[in-house]
Ligand binder design. Structure first.
Ligand code: IMP
Ligand code: MG
Length: 177
């Protein structure tokens, strides 16, 4: 079996998304937010969370990659940068997961150089055990143990992103082409 145990069902995901969106709406009352989605992984979480936020939101994306297979390469490549000018704006970076923290740390430092009014980080999952670089994360959906996950945007070699739930990936039995 390739797709292992389900960690979070569609229902669990949706209720967590609403909980996070409500916190963000409350924290940013009277403000406008630039929500920055980290592609590709965050595409589902991002699309879900933005539609529950009740303050004005501008949408932008960064395409970055740092991962080869199931091991972090430690190298971050930025394939596509923001289109919006973020100076004096309130920014929230939204990613699927924070793992070693290498990607998020680099992106955060790059965006801070552009003088935003504020910058916060929101992730659906946190694999705390694997952290190499400390990064302040303001909104966390769930903390998970050191397991490789697929589904709900999470991939193994670009497969499984479309699954509507999060499951553990069983690498030992994989037959992914
Ligand atoms: P970091 O730089 O090590 O924190 O890597 C973060 C990126 O690695 C995430 O945005 C994901 O795209 C990817 N990643 C980390 N853990 C997993 C996983 O369990 N499944 C799928 N992708 C993962
Ligand atoms: Mg990612």
């Amino acid at each position: 079996m390739i797709i292992g145990k389900t960690l979070f069902t569609t229902e669990q995901i949706q209720s967590k998304v609403i909980e996070l969106a409500n916190r963000i709406s409350k924290d940013y009352k009277g403000k406008e937010i630039v929500m920055v989605g980290m592609l590709k992984g965050a595409f589902m979480f991002f699309a879900d969370i933005v539609r529950h936020i009740k303050v004005p939101v501008l949408i932008d994306f960064i395409i970055a990659s740092s991962y080869l297979g199931t091991d972090s390469s430690g190298e971050v490549i930025i394939h596509s940068d923001l289109k919006e000018d973020i100076e004096n704006k309130h920014i929230i970076i939204v990613d699927d997961i924070i793992d070693t923290g290498i990607t998020m740390n680099l992106i955060r430092e790059r965006l801070l150089m552009r003088n935003p009014a504020s910058l916060k980080i929101c992730v659906f999952l946190d694999k705390e055990e694997r952290r190499i670089v400390e990064v302040p994360v303001d909104y966390i959906g769930y903390k998970i143990p050191n397991e490789y996950v697929i589904g709900y945007g999470f991939d193994y070699k670009n497969n499984y992103r479309n699954l509507p739930y999060v499951a553990i990936f069983k690498k030992a039995h994989n037959k992914v082409k």
